[in-house]
Ligand binder design. Sequence first.
Ligand code: ADP
Ligand code: MG
Length: 173
Amino acid sequence: MNQPIYLIGARGCGKTTTGEALARALAYGFADTDRWLREHTQMTVAEVVEKEGWPGFRARESEALQAVTAPATVVATGGGMVLRDENREFMRAHGVVIYLNVPVEVLAQRLEAFPEAGQRPTLTGKPVTEEIADVLAVRDALYRECAHHVIDAADAPAVIVSRIIDALQVAHA
Ligand code: ADP
Ligand code: MG
């Protein structure tokens, strides 16, 4: 198979980190919708949201998804990519979708250790752990609905990469 592989999941679940490692392991290209947006708009996510609002950001995110989609490419997506029906349908239609599932406590630890990694405003203004739990409570169902494979992703990147490769081999043997 050489379809694109889309990584979805909450902010901090490792879509970028694991995606780069997976692309190396498969000798695939790597693309990141958040990075594409930063390069294309010359703004941070926070700046786009401030200037264009969340709807503006979401529209640009759909544009990014379509722009980076290519054969033999691992695509790391933004945490909110699944919010739009059209994005979920697009990913399922064009490739294999993988949900990196990480418990809230682990997400909170990672984001607290690297608070600048996300570079975006909190959605609610609440403390980070509470907000992660609230956001995940809504999005978990969308991640599961969109994913072809749900991967336990609380371990080291190399472990997660082999889990993904196993899932792909079983499904596409
Ligand atoms: P995402 O792209 O899903 O928002 P990142 O790949 O940017 O997530 O990872 C968020 C933070 O968590 C980074 O600081 C990264 O180094 C760390 N991280 C990512 N994956 C893992 C992992 N499997 N184990 C430990 N830390 C991780
Ligand atoms: Mg990322």
